[in-house]
Design a protein around this ligand. Structure first.
Ligand SMILES: NC(=O)C1=CN([C@@H]2O[C@H](COP(=O)(O)OP(=O)(O)OC[C@H]3O[C@@H](n4cnc5c(N)ncnc54)[C@H](O)[C@@H]3O)[C@@H](O)[C@H]2O)C=CC1
Ligand SMILES: NCC(=O)COP(=O)(O)O
Length: 334
């Protein structure tokens, strides 16, 4: 926390051809109870602001500078990370992938060494980073690897729900094999631990989805519920965790089930996230659990079609910053 006791948040601007730069420029006009430093290419950010007719005033941030609470008066503190190639709104260039990853590692390092209290990420484009010859499936996996964390959990918050995932960015045909008793148990332990410590929920109630239609229909539609999910839930219930399931995913997201639950654990990305995004797109937040640092993110992608055009929603970035502030404040009191 700063000397004035407000959280210090670092925001990575994401894929420069996408709307991350637009969001960061717009952020300069939002008052926020935290200090904010954006990591981006100074000139690319200035140019994007000009495209949006925003007269952004960039203050260059240097490591060690102390900065005031974000006033929302058009000023933005920017840690300049030079892009590797010229930036053009809407046009991906694999050459800039190293720049994108450098913004991430700079933010992670800043959180690990306590220069910042939390990092918030604008969207990156997974495909173009791979086009550059760098294997990359998402921030979540990148953060885990860079911080040497063996397992993390992706959770989205929005629309009155929290939805965590057992597996993240995997082809569908690899999902079943990736869900082992060990990986599921670790996922639930991380989820439970962070709901208690980071979110302040004393005894979290977690709804756990089955993998197969109708949660396997007693084995007639698949065995993962019987062989993998149920034994793990029974083991962890013996430790007094409140775990309901495995429940059929098609009826789990109904008011009846959700009313008293703190979180849903889905088995894979597109089992859980379409429901949450339907309920909250543009206002949802992605948070990585199990990391040694606090990281939240927007719930949407790079929206290349909208970059530089001036008609985007900033709600998800603001919600991600709000959650980062909440988590940082709770951590500072522990
Ligand atoms: N946190 C991250 O880094 C994320 C990155 N992605 C990446 O983004 C890239 C594009 O993904 P898509 O599936 O096309 O999803 P997308 O979210 O970029 O776009 C889906 C639709 O939503 C619109 N949209 C997105 N954000 C918006 C905003 N803030 N305001 C108004 N409209 C908005 C887009 O114009 C498009 O019509 C992919 O490479 C994907 O992996 C996707 C999700 C999260
Ligand atoms: N659907 C969520 C997403 O793709 C963002 O993932 P990550 O980059 O935060 O790992």
């Amino acid at each position: 926390m700063s000397a004035q006791n407000h959280p210090r948040i670092v925001v990575t601007a994401g894929e420069p051809a996408g709307i991350g730069l637009d969001l960061c420029a717009m952020l300069a006009w939002k008052a926020i109870p935290a200090s904010i430093v954006v990591i981006a290419d100074h000139n690319a950010l200035k140019n994007r602001a000009t495209m949006l007719s925003l007269s952004l005033q960039i203050q260059d941030f240097k490591h060690g500078d102390s900065i005031p609470q974000h006033a929302g008066n058009g000023q933005l503190y920017v840690l300049h990370q030079p892009a590797s190639a010229a930036v053009s709104a809407g046009e991906l260039n694999p050459v800039n992938s190293t720049y994108v990853l450098k913004t991430l590692t700079t933010a992670i390092d800043g959180c690990v060494n306590h220069e910042f209290d939390a990092m918030v990420t604008a969207p990156v484009h997974k495909g173009v980073i791979n086009d550059a010859g760098i294997a990359f499936t998402g921030h979540t996996e990148f953060l885990a690897e860079y911080t040497d964390t063996s397992q993390v959990v992706m959770m989205l918050v929005g629309g009155g729900m929290r939805v965590a995932l057992t597996t993240t960015h995997l082809p569908l045909n690899a999902v079943s094999a990736a869900i082992t008793q060990e990986s599921l148990e670790n996922t639930i332990r991380i989820l439970h631990h962070d709901l208690v410590t980071r979110f302040g929920i004393k005894t979290p109630k977690i709804l756990v989805a089955g993998l197969n239609p109708h949660a396997g229909e007693s084995g007639y539609l698949g065995y993962e519920e019987i062989e993998t999910i149920t034994p793990v839930l029974e083991r962890l219930r013996a430790e007094n965790m409140q775990l309901i399931g495995p429940l059929p995913a098609d009826t789990l997201f109904t008011p009846h089930h959700l009313a008293n639950a703190d979180c849903v654990l889905a088995m894979y990305h597109d089992q859980g996230l379409p429901v949450l995004k339907y309920a909250s797109f543009g206002g949802g937040v992605n948070v990585t659990l199990g990391l040694p640092i606090i990281r939240t993110s927007v719930d949407h992608g790079t929206a290349l079609d909208l970059a530089g055009k001036g008609n985007i929603e900033i709600g998800s970035l603001l919600a991600a910053i709000d959650l980062a502030i909440e988590l940082a404040q709770r951590q500072s009191t522990q």
